[in-house]
Design a protein. Structure first.
Length: 371
C-alpha cells in the first residue's frame, strides 16, 4: 500500500479525507486506504477501508488510539497520513518505528477551537487551548510533511517544519455533471445551509432568519443539510420550530453525499454561512465555494479570512446577531439577478479542488521518491 489515511475523529467518508485527498491520490495511480471507525464493508472508488470497529462515545474513540498505532504499523504503507491532533502520539510512534513517511494534516486551529467545545469543562478550556498548539509545534518537526487547510494554519508551523503544503478545501467538481437535477421545492424561495448543524455554525441564526422572512410575508423554506453536532442544539432548534410553527418550512435531509448535496444547492436561492465570528475567525468555509459553483449568492457573517475569496457582487455580509439586518440582506439577495455562469467559472478557474490535488500528488511523489 502506498498510503493509509488515519482518523479517529472524522467519518471514514469525510469529504476532505475520502472524496478529495484519497480519491485524488487513487486517480493519480496510488494505492490508498483509510483506517477509521465505522467504515463501509467494501472498498469505494478503489479506496480500501480498514475498520477500527465502532466508537459510540468520545472516550471509546480515545481508547482506540493504541489500536490505530498497532494496525497502522502492520499495514506498513509508504506514507502514513493522519488527520487528528489526538493522533500525534501515533504519528511520533510511526516515525520512530517504521520507514514510512509521516504526514500531519491540520484541518483547523485546534487550540482556538477548544474554546468552543461544549464538552470541555470551563476550567480545562484555557490549559487545553494553550497546550494543544504547543504540542503540535513540538511534534511537527519530527514529521516528513505538514498539510494545512489554509495558509494561515500552515504559517504556524514554519519555524518547526518548513515542509508545508496548503490544500484548501475547495469543492471537487470534476465528477459533477455540468447540469444537475434539482430538488423539488414547496415555497417561492429557498435558503440552504450545508455543514454540521450547531449553534456556533449558525443553525439558530438560520432559523431566526427563516422566521423573520416569513413574518414579513415571504413564502420561504430552509434546507439544512448535515448532521447535528450535539443533542442540546437539536432540541433547541426543534423547540424553536415548534414554537413558531415552522415544521412545514424546514427540511433536515441529514448528511448527504456530494452529488445529492449539489442537487439541493441547485434548487435553492441563497446559501447561508452565518457562522460564529469568534469561533471561525480563521476559517475558510468550503460551503461558500460550493454555493458559488451552484450559482448561489452567500449570506455570511463577517469572517475576514473567508470573505476575501468572495467577490462583492456575490456576497452579502451581515451582522452576527441582527435578525432584521440579516433579513434585509436576504430580501435584497432574493430580488437580485446573479450571473450563475460567472460564479461557476470562478470556482472552475480559481477555487476548485482539482488545482489543490496537483499539489497533493506532487507531495506524494516527493515522499515516495525519497523512500
Amino acid at each position: 500500500m502506498d498510503a493509509v489515511h488515519l482518523t479517529t475523529a472524522h467519518n471514514s467518508t469525510d469529504t476532505r479525507i475520502f472524496d478529495k485527498e484519497a480519491a485524488s491520490l487513487v486517480d493519480a495511480g496510488f494505492d490508498v486506504g483509510i483506517l477509521a471507525h465505522d467504515t463501509p464493508k467494501e472498498e469505494q472508488s478503489s479506496i480500501q477501508f480498514i475498520s477500527l470497529g465502532s466508537a459510540p462515545s468520545r472516550l471509546d474513540r480515545w481508547r482506540s488510539i493504541p489500536k490505530v498505532a498497532r494496525i497502522a504499523k502492520q499495514l506498513d504503507p509508504s506514507v502514513y497520513h493522519f488527520h487528528d491532533p489526538e493522533l500525534i502520539p501515533v504519528g511520533l510512534y510511526l516515525t520512530e518505528t517504521t520507514d514510512g513517511a509521516v504526514v500531519y494534516d491540520v484541518h483547523e486551529d485546534y487550540g482556538h477551537k477548544a474554546t468552543g467545545r461544549e464538552w470541555i469543562p470551563d476550567p480545562l478550556t484555557p490549559p487545553i487551548a494553550y497546550s494543544v498548539p504547543r504540542v503540535e509545534q513540538l511534534a511537527a518537526g519530527r514529521f516528513d510533511a505538514i498539510v494545512s487547510a489554509t495558509d494561515r494554519l500552515g504559517r504556524r508551523f514554519v519555524q518547526s517544519n518548513d515542509r508545508i503544503t496548503t490544500l484548501h478545501n475547495f469543492p471537487r467538481i470534476d465528477s459533477l455533471p455540468s447540469k444537475m437535477d434539482v430538488r423539488e421545492r414547496h415555497a417561492d424561495y429557498v435558503l440552504c445551509y450545508v455543514g454540521s448543524l450547531s449553534e456556533l455554525r449558525g443553525i439558530h441564526r438560520s432559523l431566526d432568519l427563516l422566521n423573520t422572512l416569513r413574518n414579513r410575508g415571504l413564502d420561504v423554506e430552509l434546507w439544512a443539510l448535515g448532521s447535528w453536532r450535539n443533542a442540546a442544539d437539536e432540541r433547541r432548534a426543534l423547540q424553536f420550530i415548534h414554537d413558531y410553527d415552522l415544521e412545514s418550512s424546514v427540511k433536515f435531509p441529514g448528511y448527504v453525499n456530494y452529488d445529492k448535496m449539489f442537487r439541493y444547492l441547485c434548487g435553492a436561492d441563497i446559501g447561508l454561512s452565518l457562522l460564529d465570528t469568534t469561533e471561525f475567525e480563521t476559517a475558510i468555509p468550503t460551503k461558500q465555494f460550493e454555493y458559488l459553483y451552484a450559482g448561489l449568492p452567500t449570506l455570511t457573517t463577517p469572517l475576514d479570512a473567508a470573505i476575501r475569496y468572495l467577490p462583492d457582487q456575490f456576497r452579502h455580509v451581515v451582522p452576527q446577531d441582527d435578525a432584521e439586518a440579516t433579513a434585509d440582506a436576504a430580501e435584497t439577495a432574493l430580488q437580485r439577478d446573479y450571473d450563475a455562469a460567472n460564479m461557476r467559472s470562478l470556482v472552475e478557474e480559481k477555487y476548485s479542488w482539482e488545482h489543490e490535488a496537483e499539489k497533493l500528488v506532487n507531495l506524494y511523489k516527493r515522499l515516495l521518491g525519497g523512500k
